[in-house]
Unconditional design. Structure first.
Length: 165
């Protein structure tokens, strides 16, 4: 059995800062829609970049989102967090540019969407969209090994695992 504990607010924020990649969940009516996405975290906000399309259509109709971020080192060494909030499309140029600074600093290639931006016009006419998610709730859980890699429990778990496999 793997020991799992709740993550502190500081641990959650640290993971959000370090990872920069997760899965954005949203819903169109009763139909869930989840996509991989790069993001930037500037406490307390999460910023995402995309191009107009299915995501933006769904967010326009229902801006409630859930961002899931994980770090998995092994089956006994992982952390996972959920951030829920409202995705607000940034309409002011200054707000978009500020958010893009955070996004580019976190991921210079942005998302797969930015790659299309540089392709020839035959691909599609891309309209960029930048969103801010102000978390309403952030929760996280991690294995003891992940949060305390040199703890007594972690060392015992490593020995147990070595004898099982």
């Amino acid at each position: 059995m793997i020991a799992i504990e709740e993550m502190s607010s500081g641990e959650i924020k640290d993971l959000l800062k370090r990872i920069g990649y997760g899965h954005l969940g949203m819903a169109r009516g009763v139909h869930p829609y989840i996509v991989p996405i790069h993001y930037a975290f500037d406490d307390p906000n999460v910023y995402i970049y995309t191009t107009e399309g299915k995501k933006t259509e769904i967010l326009k109709a229902n801006p409630e989102v859930c961002l899931q971020v994980e770090e998995v080192r092994s089956d006994t060494d992982w952390a996972s967090i959920l951030v829920t909030g409202e995705a607000v499309k940034l309409r002011k140029k200054a707000d978009r540019e500020r958010a893009l600074e955070f996004i580019l600093a976190a991921n210079p290639t942005l998302t797969p969407a930015i790659s299309i931006r540089w392709m020839d016009s035959w691909v599609r006419d891309n309209v960029e969209a930048v969103y801010r998610i102000t978390p309403r709730m952030m929760t996280g859980r991690a294995t003891i090994e992940h949060n305390h890699p040199h703890s007594e429990y972690s060392e015992l778990e490593k020995k147990r695992k070595a004898t099982i496999y």
